[in-house]
Design a protein around this ligand. Structure first.
Ligand code: COA
Length: 150
C-alpha cells in the first residue's frame, strides 16, 4: 500500500478531479455495473457541477508524490462521493481516503457515516463495516450506514 497525503481541495483542482471521477466511473465501475449505466452516471456531473461541488461540499484530495490520485467529499455525516484515479486503483487509495474522512467525522462528534453506494461499490463498503440501511434508490444505489465504535 502506498502512503498518500490528504489535503483539502482547491479551486484549481477542478479539472483534475472532474477527470478522475469521469474515468473512474467509466473504467472501474464496469463490469460490476453495465457500461450504459456507468456512462449515464459519468455524464451526470458536468465541469460546472464539479465547480459547484468544490464550493458546496468539503472535498478532500489524496495525493501521491504531489499528484492528485483520488478524492472524496463529505457534508455533515454524509459521504457524498469517492473516486480513485484508474491508474492507482486497488492500491489502498480509496480505503485510505475513506478512513481519513470517517476520522474527520468522528473527531466532529458525528456518531455515524451515511452514504449511497453505487451498485459496483457495495462490496467495497460492506468490507469496511458499512451495512445496508434502506431500500435502493431509483438509480439503484444502496443507502448504507456505519456507526462509529463508541
Ligand atoms: C470504489 C473505489 C473508490 C475504490 O478505490 P481503490 O483505491 O481501488 O480502493 P482500495 O484499493 O482501497 O480497495 C479496492 C479493493 O479492490 C481490491 N483490488 C485488488 N487489486 C485491484 C485492482 N487491480 N484494481 C482494483 N481493485 C483491486 C483491493 O484489494 C480492495 O479490496 P477490498 O475492498 O477487499 O479491500 C474505486 O474503485 C473507484 O473510484 N470506483 C469508481 C467510482 C465509485 O464506484 N465510487 C464509489 C461511489 S459510491
Amino acid at each position: 500500500m502506498r502512503r498518500a497525503v490528504y489535503r483539502r481541495a482547491r479551486c484549481e483542482d477542478e479539472g483534475r478531479l472532474y477527470e478522475i471521477r469521469r474515468r473512474s466511473v467509466l473504467e472501474l465501475a464496469p463490469p460490476e455495473m453495465p457500461v450504459a449505466e456507468a456512462q449515464a452516471w459519468a455524464r451526470r456531473l458536468t465541469p460546472a457541477g464539479m465547480e459547484q461541488k468544490l464550493r458546496e461540499l468539503e472535498v478532500w484530495v489524496a495525493e501521491l508524490e504531489g499528484m492528485a490520485v483520488g478524492w472524496g467529499a463529505i457534508r455533515g455525516d454524509r459521504l457524498e462521493g469517492l473516486y480513485v484515479s484508474t491508474e492507482f486503483a486497488g492500491q489502498g487509495v480509496g480505503g485510505g481516503l475513506l478512513d481519513r474522512l470517517e476520522g474527520l467525522m468522528r473527531e466532529r462528534g458525528l456518531l455515524s457515516v451515511h452514504l449511497e453506494a453505487s451498485s459496483n461499490a457495495g462490496g467495497f463498503y460492506l468490507r469496511r463495516g458499512y451495512r445496508v440501511s434502506g431500500l435502493p434508490t431509483p438509480r439503484g444505489a444502496w443507502p448504507m450506514v456505519k456507526e462509529h465504535p463508541s
